[in-house]
Structures are given as C-alpha cells and as structure tokens.
Write a protein that binds this ligand. Structure first.
Ligand SMILES: CC(=O)N[C@H](C=O)[C@@H](O)[C@H](O)[C@H](O)CO
Ligand SMILES: CC(=O)C(=O)O
Length: 303
C-alpha cells in the first residue's frame, strides 16, 4: 500500500509569472515536464515551493493547479506547514478535498516552542483529515530536530506513515527506521546523500534539486536498486559537484535552478523576496551549470 511513496519525489518549485504572481499556466507546464521524466510523485508547497513566503490563497491555488494537472498520474504530497495551526489545518482540509495522497508539515516556525507544542501541532493536523501524514524534519532551518521519543509517541496515531528527514546525519534515517514499524517510510532529505541515505534504510527521497536533474536521481536509484554500487557512488559524486555549483552563485539556489529550467524552455519565473534572484556578475552563469547536468546525463545514459 505504501509503495506509491517509494521512489524519486521532486519538491515542486514555486511558479510565478513575470510580475511575481502565482501562474497556473507555468504550474501546469512544470508539473507535466516533471511527470514526463518518470518520477514517482511530487511534494508540493515545501521549502522549494517557498511556502513560508506565500499567502494561504496562493498556496491553495498551487495545490489545486498541480492536482488538476496530475491527479491519478502521480503520488501527490501536500506540505501544509504554516505559521499557525489554524492555517495549517485549513490547508490540510483543502488538500484532502483536492484528493492529495498525503499531508506533510514542518514543526512550528519562529518561536522556539517546547516539544509538547510541536507534538500538539502535528497531532492537530493529523486529526483534521483522513489523510496519511509525513513529518518534515529539517533542523537546519526550523531549529528543531525530531526526537525518537516524540516519534514513538506520534506513532500511536495510525495516520503517521513516515518522516521526510533532511537532517545531515544519515544515521538519523537508520534511528527513525529502527524506532518505527516495518511499513514506516523514511524519505532521504539531503540530495547530497541520496545514495548513503538509501543504503542505510531510506525508502526513497524527496529533494529540492531533483526537479532540475531528475534524470540523475532516477539513474542513481536504478543503480542502487540493481546493486551497482560503484556507479551509484560515482553518480552521487557528480550530483554533488552540481549541487555545490548551484549553491555557489549570487542568488538563492532556487533562483539558479529556475534559470536552468528557463534555458530548457520551462519558464517558472524567479524567486520571491527575501530569497535573492541571480544577480550581478553571476547572471549568465547558469548556462555552465546546465552544461554540467547535461554532461552527467549523457555520461550515464548507457550505464
Ligand atoms: C536544507 C534543505 O533545503 N534541504 C532540502 C530538503 O531536504 C534538500 O533537498 C536540499 O535542497 C538539497 O539537498 C540541496 O542542498
Ligand atoms: C527539499 C524539499 O523537500 C522541499 O523543498 O520541501
């Protein structure tokens, strides 16, 4: 039953028109483009979706357009974490109406709340719909790292089916798997560690750079699935060179990714402030990174 969650699940990027408003047309274009690459599903409205910088109405619109474009074709996960519990629950109910396959949420943001408040927040989201729930653990941005004891308490609720784990120690993946039941899914978060994450027990991955190079992550997954570990290690190395390049320019990683997609004919606008658009002497450098991606795709085509 949970097989539909196991595989390569790109985090969907925020899609804006040239004025910086949500673009239905561009959402459809990006979702169809990614669908055509053979991915398993999409994670909509997370970090890559710039969720924290969008209004409730904008987030709902994005959830709706992706669902309309891909319903029944891909596994769709809605990230519904928002500043207040009230808004998170509203998004959760809306995602259920739209037919999403699962919900997910970061812990509360801004205030460093005690674990009891985080527990209550996730439980209220879980109890607001019939949908399965996936915890989004990303301590480097939220300041909270999921504890095994909270995970165990939350597992008493059958709706909790997994964790998307973006903490850097791959060991956390192994600990979360060990703390849960056999069916429990752990998604690898850090794209730089996809191969290691899978080997230590992750069932698949949800990642922010998959969307700009889905071919490479699908190939890495194929190498792992067929036990071809030397190629898996090598493609991870090539992926990491690319991610480091994506993060090396003046402008947010997402703005560089969006420039590359634009060169490919998928124009989804730029990023919303306070994220920085690509600027200064680095304008035009996305082309070189796109070339790195193309070369890597070609390198493994026959492997
Ligand atoms: C901190 C962060 O945003 N992590 C993402 C989600 O897990 C990753 O997918 C990164 O986007 C990726 O690993 C590039 O650093
Ligand atoms: C990276 C990721 O999973 C996200 O953008 O939410």
């Amino acid at each position: 039953m949970l097989n539909k969650f196991k595989g390569i699940i790109p985090a969907f990027y925020a899609c804006y028109d040239d004025a910086g408003e949500i673009s239905q047309e561009r959402i459809i274009k990006l979702s169809q483009y990614l669908y055509g690459k053979g991915i398993k599903g999409l994670y909509v409205g997370g970090s890559s979706g710039e969720c924290i910088y969008q209004s409730l109405a904008e987030r709902k619109a994005t959830l709706k357009y992706v669902a309309e474009s891909l319903q029944g074709k891909l596994t769709l996960i809605a990230h519904v974490g928002a500043p207040s519990t009230k808004e998170s629950v509203e998004l959760a109910k809306y995602a259920e109406e739209l037919g999403y396959d699962a919900l997910s949420a970061i812990p509360p943001i801004y205030f460093q709340l005690p674990e009891s408040a985080i527990e209550k927040y996730w439980l209220e989201i879980m109890n607001s719909t019939e949908l399965p729930f996936i915890i989004y653990n990303i301590p480097q941005t939220t300041g909270y790292n999921l504890s095994v004891s909270l995970l165990k308490r939350l597992l008493k609720n059958d709706k909790l089916i997994g964790v998307k784990n973006s903490s850097m120690p791959v060991m956390d993946i192994e600990r979360f798997k060990a703390a849960a039941h056999e069916e429990f899914i752990v998604f690898n978060g850090p794209d730089e560690q996809y191969v290691s994450g899978r080997l230590i027990g992750a069932d698949g991955g949800i990642g922010g750079t998959y969307g700009v190079m889905p071919e490479l992550f699908l190939k890495a997954e194929e190498f792992i699935a067929t036990g071809n570990f030397s190629n898996a290690r090598e493609i991870q190395h090539d992926i990491n060179d690319i991610i480091i390049a994506l993060c090396s320019l003046n402008g947010s990683m997402y703005s560089v990714i969006k420039e590359i997609l634009k060169i490919r004919g998928i124009n989804i606008g730029s990023v919303r402030g306070p994220l920085e658009a690509l600027h200064g002497e680095d304008l035009g450098k996305a082309e070189g990174i796109k070339r790195m991606i193309d070369e890597a795709i070609e390198k493994y085509q026959m492997a």
